[in-house]
Design a protein around this ligand. Structure first.
Ligand SMILES: [Zn+2]
Length: 73
């Protein structure tokens, strides 16, 4: 969906990108690599299909993916 801009469920091309809200303290979908500060917060970008409501979640930064790997692998 992120790359094709086409919904895999219904085939709609009506895809909207929802960026992470940096100002929000508790957005449920973000991944935290640290409990101490917001330094460890990894933004998760959402892609929503406006045709059927299907949602995909993506971590977009290569650096952030490395952080996740280090923390959880
Ligand atoms: Zn769809």
């Amino acid at each position: 969906m992120k790359n094709t801009h086409t919904c895999p469920k219904c085939g709609s091309k009506d895809i909207v990108r929802i960026p992470d809200n940096q100002g929000r303290y508790s957005s449920g979908n973000n991944i935290y690599t640290s409990n101490i500060t917001l330094m460890g917060k990894i933004p998760v970008i959402r892609y929503v299909c406006c045709g059927c409501g299907y949602v995909e979640n993506w971590v977009e930064g290569a650096g952030e993916l490395q952080k996740i790997k280090k923390t959880f692998d």
